[in-house]
Every structure is written in structure tokens, then in C-alpha cells.
Ligand binder design. Structure first.
Ligand SMILES: [Zn+2]
Length: 290
């Protein structure tokens, strides 16, 4: 993150420090202070819906503008658009850290009656489509959504994808709604969960990966927890939040490393909620729509 962006964020936060505080998820005002950073930014827990959010918050229009082109991750894949040679190397290499094999296998376990070619899926917030491409390569009918028009155009052009930049173009009746490292960026996480659930058929699965805001991780790694919220992550998502948001859907929840994920999915009855180890930095939720 360039220094001038950090300074602008700090100045914006200082100016808005005394603005009204309410949960961006449910509007609740029953808040508990969790942490403070850079004097003027605070992480609050909403006692009503259990969302943890940064105050001052961003408005939805500013967020949309930011993600068109300003947003940059320095991991070399999430937000950088590769040139043709780099792209060929990534495809040959299986996309490194963004390899989707364990999710392809997980979907096979969740939907044992369906061959990949009859699975309908949405990859929500797919960036330029490096994972959507892998799902499609395995035969899955994966449609995608991305807020950034340049990244969507890149994936459609270079990877033959169907990435929409307008949520209303997404069709319902899906077996899987998948989203990796998106919810922590959104002005309203609840809105996205409602959208995802509305796009699933009954019995479909909502799969979501995000930084882990759960208390178990915070207690085990407090300094790492503090680093995970801030300018680009206005939300921290926890098991408590999911228990509230998915009160009527059974789910399995775990955290990195996902070494035992496939075995755990095989053992899960898909009717009850299973909470596994939550001391890792990345949280994974798999909820079933009933
Ligand atoms: Zn709330």
C-alpha cells in the first residue's frame, strides 16, 4: 500500500472519527469496542448480528470506485493482470497458491450424486477468474461475478469466462455459491449472504473463505488478528457472525491449514453444524441451504 494512500486513509478516518456509529450489517447500535489502530480507526463488534466492522466505515460508492482499479494485493496474482506469457506459465503451474483442486474435490464430496458437468456454480468476486477457470476446466458450469470491470474483461477475453459485473445478471438455481476472500471487503456482508442464498437451489452449498475473526484465533495469535482488519478489510468475520447469519442452515466451519478438510467433509452429515479448529488465520464456512 503506497504511503500516500495510508496517509489519506488516516486523515479520512480522523475527520470521520466522531460520525455516527452503527453496524453496516444490521444497523444495530449496541456495539462493543474490540481494538483500536492508528488512533482513529476502531474495530467494533455488533452485539446484535455479531459482525465486527471498522469505524469509520466506507460508503458503497467509494468502495466501488476503489475496486475498479486502485485495489492492489502484492501477492502477484489476486489483482495483477498477467501478460500472455505469464498467464501460460500460471496455467501450466496450476495457479500456485490459488490452485482450486481442494475445492473441486470438496464439491465432489458435497454433491456425490452429480458429475462435475452437471454442477452449476457461481464464483462471486472472482477477480480476473483464475479460480473460475479451474472450475470450468474440470467441467463445472461456473459463472462468475466481479466488481472490477477491467479484471472481469481480462478473464472473459483471455480465459474464455463469463464474468458479469452486474449482480442482477446472475441466474439462480445453483448447486454452489463460492466466494474466496471477498466478504471482508464488502460494505454489507449480510447483503452478500442474502444474495448468495437466493441464488442457490434447496440443498445447495454456500462456500466462503475469509480472514478469521473468531475469538479462538484472536486468543492464539493476537498480533496476527490485529493485522487482518483495516483499510482494505473493513470487516472481520467470525464463527459467531455465521451462527447468527446461518441460524437456519447447518454448516461446517474450520480454519487453515485445511489438511483434513476432505475427511471432515466425508464425516459431516450435512444436517447438523460442525465447528472444527478455529485457531488458524483463514476461516472456511460451508453452509447448506435447506
Ligand atoms: Zn449488526
Amino acid at each position: 500500500m503506497p504511503l500516500q494512500d495510508k496517509i489519506a486513509y488516516w486523515a479520512r478516518s480522523a475527520a470521520a472519527y466522531r460520525t455516527h456509529r452503527a453496524c453496516p450489517g444490521c444497523g444495530g447500535e449496541n456495539l462493543q469496542l474490540v481494538e483500536r489502530k492508528y488512533l482513529f480507526t476502531r474495530l467494533f463488534l455488533c452485539r446484535d448480528c455479531r459482525l465486527m466492522f471498522r469505524h469509520p466505515t466506507d460508503d458503497a460508492d467509494a468502495s466501488r470506485r476503489f475496486y475498479q482499479s486502485d485495489y492492489a494485493q502484492d501477492d502477484g496474482i489476486t489483482t495483477e493482470l498477467p501478460d500472455p506469457k505469464q498467464l501460460q506459465a500460471m496455467i501450466a503451474d496450476g495457479f500456485g497458491e490459488k490452485n482450486a483442486d481442494h475445492y473441486r474435490k470438496a464439491i465432489g464430496i458435497l454433491l456425490p450424486e452429480k458429475p462435475p458437468t452437471s454442477v452449476r456454480m457461481i464464483d462471486y468476486g472472482c477477480s480476473w477468474g483464475y479460480q473460475s477457470y479451474q472450475f470450468r476446466q474440470s467441467g463445472i458450469d461456473c459463472r462468475s461475478y466481479e466488481i472490477s470491470a477491467p479484471r472481469a474483461a481480462y478473464g472473459n477475453r483471455h480465459l474464455g469466462l463469463d464474468i458479469k459485473t452486474d449482480e442482477s445478471m446472475l441466474e439462480g438455481g445453483n448447486d454452489v455459491f463460492y466466494s474466496s476472500h471477498v466478504i471482508e471487503h464488502l460494505p454489507s456482508p449480510k447483503r452478500m449472504i442474502d444474495l448468495g442464498m437466493s441464488l442457490l437451489r434447496d440443498g445447495g452449498y454456500f462456500i466462503m473463505e475469509s480472514p478469521n475473526g473468531s475469538e479462538a484465533f484472536r486468543r492464539a495469535h493476537p498480533a496476527h488478528f490485529s493485522k487482518l482488519w483495516g483499510m482494505v478489510h473493513p470487516n472481520m468475520i467470525s464463527v459467531d457472525f455465521y451462527e447468527h447469519a446461518f441460524a437456519s442452515s447447518p454448516f461446517l466451519i474450520t480454519s487453515t491449514p485445511f489438511d483434513n478438510l476432505l475427511g471432515e467433509l466425508n464425516r459431516w452429515d450435512k444436517k447438523s453444524t460442525r465447528i472444527l479448529d478455529l485457531t488458524g488465520p483463514t476461516l472456511l464456512l460451508i453452509a447448506r441451504k435447506l
